[in-house]
Design a protein around this ligand. Structure first.
Ligand code: BDP
Length: 713
């Protein structure tokens, strides 16, 4: 038939075209750190080919099937040959993957006791001898642990580590490792710089974008085990039955990857829609005229809704709540407390083992004149009163994801409440997905910050992972930087921040340097020159960004709303949203006096830290203008005046960007051309932007300073 021939012709053309286009299109970044580039080191290749000749994996669960497919594809790509599935664990080069339940080989090896303390997610990688043949075992108590173990194993190969004498024992240090998507139901993403939302709500639940699986795979490969799907500024409609069906479909897809879904909920959801003001923020989807958490009708509304959610999603994770913050409704609208609000939801979730993540990002001006003090003041008095399935979730710093802040003093000050740390992966205040800023060094600085809450060693990490105050429930959340851009994150190097978040959530003791090393090798290849150059670029990029935006403890001087580019002169609107409120540059100097003579925000830290910050001579210079209003002529550690030092920092920041660009250009011949151009374009822009930051801020501050000099006495 003619149309059959025609179809065949079209198919052939399509195939040939896609082949040509595919060949012409080089690396578009879609493959993330899971590209599985062929091992090009001949000796390594020989070693790996000997070490893995056959894959033995038991079980037919969805997760087992995912593992099988991942191993087959990855090994084929890495080793350039098909590795068959086999049955005999005694074969030389057998890669045995199993749990004591499903694998006789794992049982025979007596690994059960070693697995005892590894929970559902931990795993072992061991070189072993079965008979007189060498093989490798990946063992865990549960399929999820196996999946993590397999990704770890593949990472060893991707980073060209030796497979001889493997003896890896791993388990996560933090239990809930969650990505928070600030995705709206209309497909836009709040503070998203990588296209639209990944979730195609209009297509779900019937049509499924294959990307969902790659998203889940990428998360599983770095140990992320939860996803909050929607914006904290939550649209109540997410709880409508039609949406729950869509959410359930995603949950079904993510489950075999060890990922549970969570939702942000709007506290006013039980209200009838007629209360709607400010778009969707205050009106609900119910038929009640109150959302008072102590009202029996409201409580049963939440109970019923929660029960319904679990009928759709039996392992639903729980609710994230932004309440009484930036116009979002909350219990205080009814003269109730955060405890009343959180515990009501916690009670509805408890029978299903769900949790509440109640955000501490609140800043009611009535609470204190200094915004930095407000969440501490609201939450510390509530310690000990939250239900056991409630996390309070503070951001890392006391203001708002600034390039650098001191740690949020709530950490360590609520010993009876598990605190889930909220980090921001998306670069809202750090140049969006245009600037290359590697965030692992920043997160490490926070993790290692010693609060002295229970004496020396009370680091943020030790508080968050439960060791200091003995919490079994532990968690960390990162505001995602993922969208539907082909390369997921907008900037190729923003992928490194997604990667680093997952790695640190699993093990916060990892070094930023090591994580960069892994990411570069897996993403850009194993060329030593590329590795060295790119790592250098990455490791100094955060400090450089601080320098060209907000050095020496400055903060919140960006352009309003958009949060991109400098706006030091901004002084309109709500006081605590303006730049001049924060930098306070005036006749005498610059900086926010938060000492005991000023707002006394220092008083919220434990004595040793408080005293360190209080004293201008001991306050670390990186926080100087956060805590002190400092005279322009004050001598800094460098011997320079503050003004000269400030200038020096701004110039140091922009110089670093110029160097990154120059260094990147030296790599042109060694990199994929698309990747090269993609990053080069962004570095070009970063160079311009950083100079704008520097010049705008210095000009402005200079005027304030000059005004001083020339101002009439
Ligand atoms: C601020 C963002 C805003 C978020 C808010 C939050 O500008 O878009 O809604 O944080 O965390 O940084 O709730």
């Amino acid at each position: 038939m003619w149309w059959k021939a025609w179809n065949k012709f079209l198919l052939t053309i399509g195939f040939v075209l896609s082949f040509i286009l595919g060949a012409a299109r080089a690396d578009d970044g879609y493959g993330l750190w899971l590209k599985y580039r062929p091992i090009d080191d001949a000796q390594k290749l020989r070693e790996y080919r000997e070490a893995v000749t056959t894959i033995i994996i038991q079980g037919n669960s969805d997760t087992a099937n995912i593992i099988r497919a991942e191993l087959k594809n990855a090994l084929k790509a890495l080793l350039g040959r098909e590795i068959p599935l086999g049955r005999d664990p005694r074969a030389a080069g057998a890669l045995v993957v199993g749990t004591p339940r499903n694998s006789a080989a794992v049982r025979r090896m007596g690994l059960s006791s070693a697995l005892q303390h590894l929970g559902r997610e931990g795993y072992l990688l061991k070189s072993t001898k079965l008979g007189d043949r060498r093989s490798i075992v990946i063992a865990a108590n549960d399929d999820t642990g196996l999946l993590y173990g397999v990704f770890r194993f593949l990472r060893l190969m991707q980073t060209h580590e030796s497979l001889a004498d493997l003896n890896v024992v791993a388990r996560p240090r933090i239990q809930y490792r969650i990505l928070d998507h600030w995705d709206n139901l209309d497909g836009s993403v709040e503070r998203g710089y990588a296209g639209k939302s990944l979730w195609k709500w209009a297509d779900l639940p019937d049509r499924v974008d294959p990307r969902y699986l790659d998203y889940a795979r990428a998360n599983a490969s770095i140990g992320i085990n939860g996803a909050v799907l929607n914006n904290v500024n939550a649209n109540p409609a997410i709880l409508k039955t039609e949406f729950l069906k869509k959410v359930a479909r995603l949950a079904d897809l993510f489950r075999p990857y060890g990922i549970r879904v969570f939702l942000s909920v709007n506290f006013a959801s039980p209200l009838s829609a007629r209360f709607a003001v400010e778009g969707n923020r205050k009106g609900g989807i119910g038929d009640l005229d109150t959302a008072d958490p102590l009202d029996p009708g409201v409580r049963s509304w939440w109970r019923n809704k929660t029960d319904e959610i679990y009928r759709h999603i039996p392992d639903f994770g729980g609710f994230l709540v932004k309440a009484n913050s930036e116009g979002m409704p909350g219990p205080q609208d009814y003269s109730r407390t955060h405890v009343d609000g959180a515990n009501m939801l916690a009670q509805a979730l408890a029978p299903h083992h769900g949790i509440v993540m109640w955000r501490a990002f609140v800043y009611d001006a009535d609470v204190d004149a200094d915004r930095a003090k407000r969440s501490y003041k609201e939450f510390v008095p509530l310690d000990g009163r939250f239900s056991s399935n409630v996390f309070v979730q503070p951001k890392n710093g006391p203001i708002d994801f600034q390039p650098r802040e001191p740690v949020q003093p709530l950490f360590g000050s609520m010993p009876k409440t598990p605190l889930m740390l909220e980090l921001q992966i998306t670069q809202e205040y750090l140049g969006h997905s245009t600037h290359l800023v590697y965030l692992a060094p920043m997160w490490k600085e926070y993790f290692e910050f010693d609060t002295y809450a229970a004496g020396k060693g009370s680091t943020l990490a030790a508080i968050v992972d439960g060791t200091i105050h003995n919490h079994a429930m532990t968690g960390i959340a990162g505001v995602a930087n993922i969208g539907d851009d082909r390369n997921w994150c907008g900037h190729l190097f923003a992928q490194a921040n997604w990667y680093a978040f997952g790695r640190l959530a699993w093990d916060h003791t990892l070094a930023a340097d090591q994580i960069a090393d892994e990411w570069i090798r897996m993403t850009l290849g194993d060329d030593g020159t590329v590795l060295g150059t790119v790592k250098r670029m990455m490791l100094g990029s955060w400090e450089a960004c601080i320098n060209y935006m907000t050095p020496l403890g400055l903060h919140h001087i960006m352009q309003p709303n958009f949060h991109y580019g400098p706006g030091p002169a901004h002084d309109k609107g709500r006081l605590d949203w303006t730049s001049v409120y924060y930098h306070r540059a005036d006749a005498a100097g610059i900086g926010f006096d938060r000492t005991s003579r000023g707002s006394d925000a220092v008083g919220q830290y434990f004595p040793l830290v408080r005293d360190l910050f209080e004293n201008i001579d001991t306050c670390p210079e990186k926080y100087l203008l956060w805590f002190h209003h400092v005279p322009w002529e004050r001598r800094m550690q460098s011997g320079e005046t503050l003004w000269t030092e400030l200038r020096r920092r701004y110039f140091e920041g922009t110089k670093y960007v110029e160097e990154m660009l120059a260094e990147w250009q030296t790599l042109e011949q060694r990199l994929d051309p698309d990747i090269y151009r993609h990053v080069k374009t962004r570095l070009d822009k970063q160079k311009i932007d950083s100079a704008v930051w520097r010049d705008t801020c210095l000009d402005y501050f200079d005027k304030r300073r000059q005004a001083t000099v020339s101002s009439p006495k």
